[in-house]
Design a binder for this molecule. Structure first.
Ligand code: TRP
Length: 332
């Protein structure tokens, strides 16, 4: 099916290349993207400029991280024949449009964005102008493709709201130019880390797509469970227990999961048994992805070539939008 036949509309979404992907990315976004590329015209963005809004002190890591993310995407079923992969920093129109959108956006509006407020609070960060402008750059990413749909996690919805405001403002000033894109949430709830905090690669609580079965086993066997349960014969709590949240997502045998839950509540099954089974289930779920990943990572240059080809394929589209914007803003 070529792009024009994908009548359901155009999608733009992306990841910041912060390193190898984990199972949270897989069930939170990548599986959904892989399905959507069948029916929608999809652009998947490697948002490398966005990385620099907080982490500009490690330029040596960026290219490796980009290769890792692209390889994980491909291993998870993103298909360069069906979707277009784009490197943000290689199409300067992203940054150029963000600069122009910055003219239409007040500082006060950006200071109210929840991700920004959280970041400066939690990280005790002294924010750069680049960080304040993060969601403006994201709006440019989306609108330069005139995308209709943006599949994202819940934390990103305020950024989509800003994108819609910018689109409206631009359209009011300069005539109908941009569609107002809709955010689209995944059906699966966000997976907690193995310690029940937010899953974060740098916190050691994430199961990465590339890791070995043995590493996965170690992480699962030491997973957080019901802290009030001291013995296998104590009645346990299933709700909010990450071991059971993982079973719900990864175990295809729903009867087995229900049986585990019932016995856990009654104090008739030990954590070890439930975790052993979870290890098997997770490793089975990840086996084919890991196999593809191992193959792809033998030639990381191939993954980079796929990214660069996608970027060139996207170039005429972003140039056309930019031309239109420059004209409408009186710069031609
Ligand atoms: N901010 C997104 C995240 O951290 C990444 C991103 C950058 C993005 N540009 C985008 C997502 C455009 C959707 C659309 O997850």
């Amino acid at each position: 099916m070529n792009a024009a036949q994908k009548k359901k509309g155009r999608i733009l979404t992306g990841h910041r290349p912060t390193g190898p992907r984990h199972i949270g990315h897989l069930v939170g976004t990548l599986e959904q993207w892989a399905k959507m590329q069948e029916d929608y015209e999809c652009f998947f963005l490697i948002a490398d400029l966005h990385v620099l809004t907080t982490d500009y002190e490690h330029p040596d890591r960026i290219q490796q991280n980009i290769a890792d993310v692209v390889i994980d995407w491909l291993a998870s079923g993103i298909d360069a024949e069906k979707a277009t992969l784009v490197r943000q920093s290689a199409l300067m129109e992203h940054a150029q449009l963000a600069l122009l959108f910055g003219m239409l956006t007040t500082v006060a509006r950006l200071e109210r964005v929840p991700t920004y407020k959280d970041q400066i609070q939690n990280l005790g960060l002294n924010p750069s102008a680049g960080l304040l402008n993060y969601p403006v750059l994201q709006s440019a990413d989306i609108l330069i493709y005139k995308a209709n749909l943006v599949p994202v996690g819940e934390d990103q919805l305020p950024h989509i709201e800003l994108t819609r405001e910018i689109a409206r403002k631009f359209n009011t000033l300069s005539g109908e130019t941009f569609p107002e894109p809709e955010g689209l949430l995944t059906k699966t709830a966000r997976l907690p880390g193995t310690d029940n905090r937010t899953m974060h690669s740098s916190w050691g609580n994430a199961i990465r797509l590339y890791e070995s079965e043995e590493e996965t086993k170690k992480k699962v066997m030491s997973m957080y469970t019901d802290p009030k349960r001291l013995r296998a014969t104590d009645p346990g709590t299933v709700e909010g227990n990450p071991v059971f949240e993982y079973h719900d997502v990864f175990n295809p045998n729903k009867d087995e999961v229900e049986d585990f839950k019932a016995r856990y509540r009654e104090g008739k099954v030990g954590d070890v048994e439930v975790k052993k089974r979870l290890t098997e289930v997770l490793n089975a779920y990840l086996a084919s992805i890991r196999e593809r990943r191992a193959k792809l990572s033998k030639n990381p240059k191939d993954a980079i070539r796929i990214l660069d080809e996608g970027t060139e394929a996207a170039r005429p589209l972003v140039e056309a939008t930019m031309d239109e914007v420059l004209e409408k803003m009186g710069l031609k």
